[in-house]
Design a protein around this ligand. Sequence first.
Ligand SMILES: [Zn+2]
Ligand SMILES: [Zn+2]
Length: 344
Amino acid sequence: MKAIRMIEPGQPLQLQEIPIPSFGEEDVLVRVRAAGICHSDAHYRAGRSGMGRLPITLGHEVAGEAEWVGAKVPNVKAGERVCLHYNISCGDCEYCKAGNEQFCTTVKMIGHHVDGGYAEYVTVPGRNAIPLPDEISFEEGATLMCASATAFHALRKGRLKAGETVAVFGVGGLGLSAIQLAKALGAVEVYAVDIKLDKLELASEYGAIPIHAARLDAVEEIRKLTNGKGVNVALEMIGLQTTMKQTIESLGVRGRAVIVGLSQLPFEVHPYRTLIGYEAEIIGSNDHLLEELPLLIDMAQRKVLDTSHVVSRTIPLDAEKINQRLDDLENYTEDVRAVIVQRG
Ligand SMILES: [Zn+2]
Ligand SMILES: [Zn+2]
């Protein structure tokens, strides 16, 4: 089969002809129909993250058709449309047993530690394949598996309740999903903070109140719009010290700040004014859980969550075109979300 693979860190991905992956009775062999090209893939290609093996096929946002289903897989039928949970966990360690499988001691991510979806086929354990309803395209199904799922997990970590207010810092793929999901979970008001006007316009289309952080002080504006109270839940989706600080400062009494954006840099918190005085909480949110994905797919099927804006370009399984998109992500030259599509 054809696979677009990372051979060496810092080098372009290459087309290789490799055998169709092997599978056992607890596995599903998936004919890949869509694989999202994610910002993480640009980090992997550049060599900024340790890979499980080399060469490796990238691609962790995957949807396709179950071509072959092992005898011990109860949840998927052969020929069924599926999308894939990218974390392969053991199901048996103390973290898995407690329902925190993203901390599984032997967790492996497809397209990072084991071969992923930039290929004609991929094999995953049966429980990682989730049925995808006909109403959701393969492209959307693939992208649901990363940004939308992570946004959903963050809102759950923030314990958002109906009737509460939310601020979302950063209106990318994560932020737009978070806005819609927050509304679906009953948020009465969602404030969207960004410095780009086109993103803020998109945020308003999905019912958020835009706050243009290039022109206004986002924290002051949120205080003003909430009559001084601040929000119940604030999500940081960017990974910048300033926005992390603002996320916490925009909270009200018993507010929860959820940090999703990645950063290696420390940020400052004023303990009395922003934390103790409000009994506020700062919560880290990491990836998402398998159990959250069927809920997310259900919301997409009901059109509560619309991810059609996420996919702005489809490309074939072609090394040159994939490298080009990864270059765009790497250089922030073009803000497009491309998905590799292979039609049946
Ligand atoms: Zn991703
Ligand atoms: Zn485990």
